[in-house]
Design a protein around this ligand. Structure first.
Ligand SMILES: [Fe+2]
Ligand SMILES: [Fe+2]
Length: 243
């Protein structure tokens, strides 16, 4: 892959997920902000093009396991992978994280008032993500799976109550942006999930879990926005053109 300034951040990460480290290091959003071009990201973050291109080339030239290249996966398999890994992770960890953030806000909220805002952001995030994942699992992903089945069986594109797949995708992307903004607030309030020197164990564990969730959600949203959704749009167009 030859890097050039007109490529989008999402395209590069979709091609090779390890480039995400480079974008993260420079504070460039690769999941919700994945549609931005590399050139624009450099201008916005005041980074020289040569610096970014060199760092990306280094990562791209390192050997990778081809089987882990999600860009080559079938959309139905990818949708199922997302449910079994990222949705499962959130369902298991959001309640735990809620407990931790409620507890530290209660115990340390007076000395660290930002913890009460963190607690609220996590509460909003948990509620929203549970509803969001249910919509993906009940509406969007089954439709994507039926598009794949139609292609394999040489059948027509399935009929939907929502018109084009682009409609639910647009809604999911807006919800991703909202979840991303909640986590960005938490990152800002906690100095990038850094516990203060006087933090107790629960405080430290809560921040470590928040950082873990932030990393997981970035990969999750990246897989949907930059890999799964474009594949679904393309497949739907292909099937409609065949009929
Ligand atoms: Fe999802
Ligand atoms: Fe999603």
């Amino acid at each position: 892959m030859n890097i050039h300034p007109d490529m989008t951040v999402g395209e590069v990460v979709a091609h090779h997920y390890r480039t995400a480290e480079v974008f993260k290091r420079h504070g460039i959003d690769f999941c919700c902000g994945g549609k931005r071009t590399l050139g624009k990201a450099c201008t916005d973050k005041n980074i020289g093009w040569d610096t970014l291109a060199t760092e990306l080339d280094q990562v791209l030239q390192a050997p990778d396991m081809p089987s882990q290249n999600t860009d080559n996966w079938e959309p139905d398999f990818l949708a199922e992978f997302i449910v079994q890994t990222h949705h499962r992770y959130l369902r298991e960890n959001l309640p735990l994280l809620r407990e931790f953030t409620v507890k530290i806000a209660k115990v340390h909220g007076e000395r660290h008032p930002e913890l009460k805002v963190v607690e609220k952001q996590v509460e909003l995030l948990a509620g929203d993500m549970l509803e969001h994942m249910a919509k993906e699992e009940q509406i969007l992903f089954p439709y994507i799976k039926s598009l794949c089945a139609a292609q394999r069986l040489h059948q027509q594109s399935p009929v939907t109550p929502f018109g084009s797949v682009q409609n639910p995708i647009r809604m999911m992307e807006q919800e991703h942006d909202y979840a991303g903004s909640l986590l960005e607030n938490v990152r800002d309030l906690t100095a990038d999930f850094t516990p203060p020197a006087d933090a107790c164990t629960t405080y430290r564990v809560a921040f470590a879990k928040l950082r873990e969730l932030d990393d997981d959600l970035r990969r999750h949203v990246h897989l949907e926005n930059n890999v799964l959704f474009p594949k679904a749009v393309l497949l739907e167009k292909l099937l409609l053109n065949q009929n």
